[in-house]
Write a protein that binds this ligand. Structure first.
Ligand code: SF4
Length: 326
C-alpha cells in the first residue's frame, strides 16, 4: 500500500528534462538513453567506406585539399592518441543510435526502405552518390530522419568546445549532403543541421544549415579540383585551417614549414624554445588547478586562503565551475 496520499502525487510538478547548455536533439537522446531497454541496433548493412582514392567524400572537399590528398595517397601511421580521438567520434554515433532506439526509432538500411507504417524512422550512415559529372562524390550521412514528406540530416561532431557558429567546412559538408540527398529523393523536402557535442561537459548545440547555392558551388568546385588532382597526381596547394595544429601533416606541410629550423635566426629559435616551455608549464598549471578545484568541491569548500593567495570556486557558463586565484 502506498504511504503517499494520491492528491500529493498529482501535485508533484512535471519533471522538466531540459538542461541548460544541451540542445533539444541531445536532450531527446538523453531521454532515450534512460530507457533501460535501449540498445545499439544491429547493423542492417555493411558501413565500410571502401577505397577512398576511388571517390571524393563530402567531408574531404571542405577544407585543406593538400591534407585531403595526402590523407589518401600518403597515409601516415596512426598513433594511439589519434586512435582514441577517432574512436570517440564513432562512440558518439553509437550512443545516439542507442538513445534513438530507447525512444522507439526504427533504424532502416536506407531511405528507400521507408514504409509509412513505421512512425519513427532513422537511417545511420546513409550512402549517397552524385550523378553524371559528379558521380565521383560520395557522402556517408551520419543520421537521416525520414517520413513520407521530409528527410532531416543530422551531422554529428564530437568537439572539445562548442563553437558559436558552425565551422565553414562543416557547412560545406552539410550542403553537399543536402544536395546529394535531394538529387536521389527529389520528391522529399530536405533539411540539415550540424550537432556539436562535448563528451567531457555534456554540452551540445544544434545548428540548422540554410541551403545556399553559392556556398554549395564553392564546395562542389573544391571537390572537382581534388578529383582532378587525384587523376593528375598533382598535389594541391595547402590552405591553413583552424585545425592545422591537429593535422597529421603539419610537420611536413609547406604552408607551415617555410624554412627549416637551421635557417631561422638564433634569437627566434631561443624565443620559440621559451614559448614551448611556457606552453608545457601552462598545461601543468591547468591540471593542478583542476585537481585543486575537485578537491575543494568534494570537501564543500568555497574559499581557501593559502599563504597570501585566496582560492575561490566560481560559477562559469552552462553551470560549470572554475578556480579563481587572487
Ligand atoms: S597543417 Fe594545415 S595547411 Fe598544412 S596540410 Fe594540414 S590542414 Fe593543410
Amino acid at each position: 500500500m502506498s504511504i503517499i496520499p494520491k492528491d500529493s502525487i498529482e501535485q508533484i510538478p512535471e519533471f522538466d528534462f531540459h538542461v541548460s547548455g544541451v540542445c533539444n536533439f541531445m536532450n531527446l537522446i538523453a531521454k532515450g538513453l534512460q530507457n533501460p531497454k535501449a540498445r545499439v541496433p544491429f547493423d542492417a548493412r555493411s558501413k565500410l567506406l571502401g577505397d577512398r582514392s576511388t571517390y571524393i567524400g563530402a567531408s574531404a572537399a571542405t577544407g585543406c585539399l593538400y591534407k585531403a590528398y595526402m590523407d589518401v595517397f600518403e597515409k601516415k601511421p596512426i598513433n594511439s592518441k589519434q586512435v582514441f580521438v577517432f574512436e570517440r567520434g564513432h562512440q558518439l554515433e553509437e550512443m545516439i543510435r542507442k538513445g534513438l532506439n530507447g525512444l522507439g526509432y526504427r533504424e532502416l538500411a536506407s531511405v528507400s526502405h521507408y514504409n509509412a507504417k513505421y512512425k519513427k524512422c532513422v537511417i545511420h550512415q546513409e550512402e549517397v552518390q552524385g550523378m553524371g559529372d559528379f558521380e565521383f562524390i560520395k557522402a556517408h550521412i551520419d543520421f537521416v530522419f525520414v517520413n513520407s514528406q521530409e528527410l532531416v540530416i543530422k551531422e554529428i561532431k564530437s568537439s572539445a568546445s562548442i563553437p558559436t557558429q558552425p565551422y565553414l567546412s562543416h557547412v560545406y559538408q552539410a550542403l553537399i549532403q543536402m544536395w546529394l540527398l535531394k538529387e536521389k529523393y527529389p520528391d522529399r523536402k530536405v533539411r540539415a543541421s550540424v550537432v556539436y557535442h562535448n563528451w567531457d561537459t555534456g554540452d551540445s548545440e544544434d545548428y540548422p544549415i540554410e541551403y545556399n547555392i553559392t556556398l554549395l558551388n564553392t564546395a562542389l568546385n573544391n571537390a572537382l579540383n581534388l578529383w582532378t588532382a587525384f587523376f593528375e597526381q598533382n598535389i594541391p596547394a595547402p590552405e591553413r585551417q583552424l585545425y592545422c595544429s591537429k593535422c597529421s601533416h603539419k610537420n611536413t606541410c609547406p604552408a607551415l614549414c617555410l624554412q627549416s629550423d637551421n635557417d631561422l635566426p638564433q634569437d627566434l629559435l631561443v624565443l620559440v624554445g621559451r614559448l614551448a616551455d611556457f606552453k608545457s608549464a601552462e598545461k601543468t598549471m591547468k591540471k593542478l588547478k583542476d585537481n585543486f578545484l575537485q578537491l575543494m568541491m568534494s570537501s564543500g569548500l568555497q574559499r581557501a586562503k593559502i599563504g597570501e593567495y585566496l582560492l575561490e570556486v566560481c560559477n562559469g557558463t552552462n553551470g560549470s565551475k572554475y578556480l579563481k586565484i587572487t
